[in-house]
Design a protein around this ligand. Structure first.
Ligand code: AMP
Length: 387
């Protein structure tokens, strides 16, 4: 399960989306006459140790989710303050059909992030069946998300409903898309998305590039981009990607114009400019109006849409218009029958902020996991179930 929810300073849950997302799988197990033993991590306890070097168990205990999960399920959820050990074994063995037990934070155990076999074996011994519904950690070969699955036969392990939907929807885009297929890629840096861009060029029809990464491409083409974000060591790669797109017949669009600012600040002076002629001292922080229109046109004519990364610094109102416009057109195209997948980080936050999540075919919950899936990598958490 993914119960890695945000907590306030009083350890109250501030957003229970992930807990609600897990309910259908848990209810299904209970409805089938099963008992559920739930495992999840919460936060990064080993990265935020107490001054004496020990884990801050009070802050990171999964006990924080017990009350709310009990309310949502309508079942009194039991809690075990260890992940494995005598107590966990006893409590798991005593479970009756319809009962639910949460084990302590998986990351309290040092073996978890190492994918430790001993720990995984102990976890496996607690249950008859293993279900993984934590897509967000599927790219990590941890003990509770990957290694443990090796101790179950093929017929005794499966994806939960959330994870199944993530895999099914992303596979649809990668393996069986209706065309035209358009990828919209934004975000800060080219370097974070090299693998994704390379792979997309192999099979998309259109590639729309926005965000900070666009300026490395624009500079590589000989454009003047002022103080815009540029990765000098990726200029050559950008040219290669442009060349590859041409060879493959992919329509690759860069923003013709940009919303520019005289500094990276919400209160900066704002203007607009041709993206290849940004005045000295200014930087591109969003795609401009012409780019918005050109991108919208391509999106409207597409049957499958994949969106990863914002078109500008959408956290600042002055530079959020490009991202908003794209979110709206993607939602409209979806209404008209296109299949849309928004995945991987900040574009998900943008769609949620705009209240458009319901109008997208699939909004992924797994940032890094979705990015790696789209890059074509085999995710260890998925492979372990399929093996
Ligand atoms: P990523 O995590 O790679 O999707 O990047 C998201 C971040 O990119 C967001 O925090 C945006 O503010 C940032 N970003 C988008 N466009 C630009 C831009 N033109 N210049 C600098 N940062 C940007």
């Amino acid at each position: 399960m993914d119960f890695n929810v945000p907590l306030d300073s009083n350890n109250h849950i501030t957003d229970d989306t992930r807990i609600r997302g897990a309910l259908p799988t848990i209810k299904h197990i209970l409805d089938q006459g099963g008992a559920a033993i739930l495992m999840s991590h919460l936060g990064r306890p080993t990265k935020k140790l107490l001054p004496d070097g020990s884990i801050d168990k009070e802050k990171f205990t999964l006990h924080h989710v017990v009350g709310h999960l009990s309310d949502l399920l309508g079942v009194e959820v039991q809690f075990c303050d260890e992940l494995v050990g005598e107590k966990a074994t006893k409590m798991a063995a005593a479970l009756q059909p319809g009962q639910v037990l949460i084990l302590e934070n998986t990351r309290f155990e040092p073996g978890e992030t190492k994918g430790d076999e001993g720990l995984a074996r102990q976890l496996a011994e607690l249950a008859d069946v293993y279900v993984n519904d934590a897509f967000g950690t599927a790219h990590r070969a941890h003990a509770s998300t990957t290694t443990v699955a090796h101790f179950f036969d093929k017929g005794a392990k499966d994806f939960g409903f959330l994870m199944e939907a993530e895999v099914k929807n992303a596979s649809k885009v990668l393996n069986d898309p209706q065309r035209p297929l358009t990828a919209i890629i934004g975000g800060a840096k080219v370097s974070d998305k090299i693998l994704l861009l390379e792979r997309l060029i192999d099979f998309v029809d259109n590639l729309l590039i926005g965000g900070g990464m666009a300026y490395t491409f624009l500079k590589a083409q000989g454009g003047k981009v002022g103080n815009s974000l540029v990765e000098e060591d990726k200029l050559e790669l950008a040219l290669k990607l442009l060349e590859k797109a041409k060879q493959k017949g992919v329509q690759l669009l860069l923003p013709e114009d940009s919303i520019i600012a005289d500094k990276f600040d919400a209160a900066a002076k704002v203007s607009s400019a041709n993206s290849l002629a940004i005045p000295d001292g200014w930087m591109g922080l969003d795609i401009g109006e012409k780019a918005r229109m050109a991108y919208a046109e391509v999106i409207r004519n597409s049957k499958t849409l994949l969106w990863n990364g914002p078109m500008g610094v959408f956290e600042m109102e002055n530079f959020a218009q490009g991202t908003k416009a794209i979110a709206e057109v993607v939602a409209q195209a979806t209404k008209k029958g296109a299949f849309s997948l928004v995945g991987g980080g900040d574009s998900v936050a943008a769609v949620n902020q705009m209240g458009l999540a319901e109008e997208i075919s699939h909004v992924s919950t797994g940032g890094g996991a979705m990015l790696e899936f789209l890059e074509g990598k085999e995710l260890p958490g998925i492979k372990a179930i399929n093996d």
